[in-house]
Structures are given as structure tokens and as C-alpha cells.
Design a protein around this ligand. Structure first.
Ligand code: CA
Length: 235
């Protein structure tokens, strides 16, 4: 599961440089030359992060970022704005688009990738390839493995993604619809009870290790992954 980055930039040369650098570092790249194409791309195939040039033909990068941040379906996608150095830089920051970070042009591919990784670690750890653990459970996205102590646990790809999301968002409660948005994607139309089916499968996979209790049902609210006790457990 490569991390997917959408680059929104009308300057072909910069887009090409960014795309090349990202692909060489193992990212999957989507490209858009204007705001309109960016919007349709990101609804069809939600990226893990957006690199957004602030000067675009038509709607500006700031306008697009603001509208994405105002929409509950897209607001969780981190945005890094690409700006020019100097006054413009300050102006863009002052306009407060809701972007997670800013990179001034010209920038090196290395700097860009470091900043992307830092933002992902901070706001979207489920989109990185870093291993996560909770108690004796370890999930490694790069090898696509889940282990309890050293024993491998078998599970399907959806259960794997679900568990990865939960392990990178511990102690927070997620409703079924929120899980659908975050784990299945915003443009997928499936029923909420599908979530329950995969939660059941995931618990079944964890059960032999006694780790199914980490995945808690919060009545009337949804699900939560926690190594703590479940205060909402049914009596
Ligand atoms: Ca531009």
C-alpha cells in the first residue's frame, strides 16, 4: 500500500520534478494542473496527502484548500502548500488556508520528502509505512504483517487496513460512517453494516491471542481501539 500524494501545480516542470522524486521514494503520485481536475481526482481516489501550489489558474490553491478543509469528507487529508519565498510566503501563511505545512520554492526533493513524512507522521500515521504496536501486537505495513509477540496473525486486506487505522488512532471512538470514510475511502458506497462484518472478522483473527478485547464496542457511538479497559462495555 504505497502512500498516495496528489500534486496540484500548473507548472509542468515542477510537477514533473515532484512526481519523479516521489515515485523514486516509493510514493504513488496523482497529478493535477488545476483546481478543477484536482477536485475530481481526489474525490475518485482520495490521496493520503496533497501538495498544493498556491498560484493556480482558476481557483487558487488557498481557495481550494479552504473548501477541502470545510468539507467533512476531505478535511482530514493533510495539505502542504507550495509557495514562493519572501513576501508571498508570509502572505500565504497570513491567509490561513488550514494547510498543515508550507514549503517555499525553490525546494529540494529531499526537503520536500522530509516535510511530507513529518506531516504524515503527525496527522496521518496510518498513511506511513512505519510499524506500530500496542501491548504485544505489532503491525508492519511494509511487510504487511501482524504479529502477536512473534506469532504471525492471518487476516484479510480490509481487516489489515482497519487494524492499521485503529492502531494509529488509539483511544478514539469512530462511528461506522467515519470508519467508512477513513478506511474504505470517501467515494465508496457501501453499507454501514459492512463495517460490522469486518470488525467481526478482525476480532476473530485476534481472538486466539486474546487481543480481540483491544477492539472495543462503544455503544451508540462506534468502535475504539484501546489497551485500557472499556468503560462502555455491556454488562
Ligand atoms: Ca503555479
Amino acid at each position: 500500500m504505497a502512500t498516495k500524494v496528489l500534486i496540484v501545480e500548473d507548472e509542468h516542470a515542477i510537477r514533473q520534478m515532484v512526481t519523479l522524486a516521489l515515485s523514486n521514494s516509493g510514493f504513488e503520485v496523482l497529478e493535477a494542473g488545476d483546481a478543477e481536475l484536482a477536485r475530481s481526482l481526489l474525490l475518485n481516489e482520495p490521496p493520503d496527502l496533497i501538495l498544493m501550489d498556491w498560484m493556480l489558474p482558476g481557483a487558487s490553491g488557498i481557495e481550494l484548500t479552504r473548501s477541502l478543509k470545510a468539507d467533512k469528507v476531505t478535511r482530514d487529508i493533510p495539505v502542504i502548500m507550495l509557495t514562493a519565498r519572501g513576501d508571498e510566503d508570509d502572505k500565504v501563511r497570513g491567509l490561513d488556508s488550514g494547510a498543515e505545512d508550507y514549503i517555499s520554492k525553490p525546494f529540494s526533493p529531499r526537503e520536500m520528502i522530509a516535510r511530507i513524512k513529518a506531516v504524515l507522521r503527525r496527522v496521518a500515521p496510518h498513511a506511513t509505512e512505519e510499524a506500530v504496536s500496542a501491548e504485544n501486537l505489532t503491525l508492519d505495513p511494509s511487510s504487511h504483517r501482524v504479529c502477536y509477540n512473534d506469532a504471525p496473525i492471518d487476516m484479510g486486506p480490509t481487516e489489515f487496513r482497519l487494524l492499521h487505522f485503529f492502531m494509529t488512532h488509539q483511544d478514539k471512538v469512530y462511528s461506522r460512517s467515519r470508519l467508512l470514510d477513513r478506511v474504505w475511502g470517501t467515494n465508496v458506497y457501501i453499507e454501514e453494516r459492512t463495517v460490522d462484518v469486518h470488525i467481526r472478522r478482525l476480532r476473530k483473527a485476534l481472538e486466539p491471542f486474546g487481543a480481540d478485547s483491544l477492539l472495543q464496542t462503544v455503544r451508540g457511538a462506534g468502535y475504539r481501539f484501546s489497551i485500557g479497559p472499556n468503560p462502555h462495555a455491556a454488562a
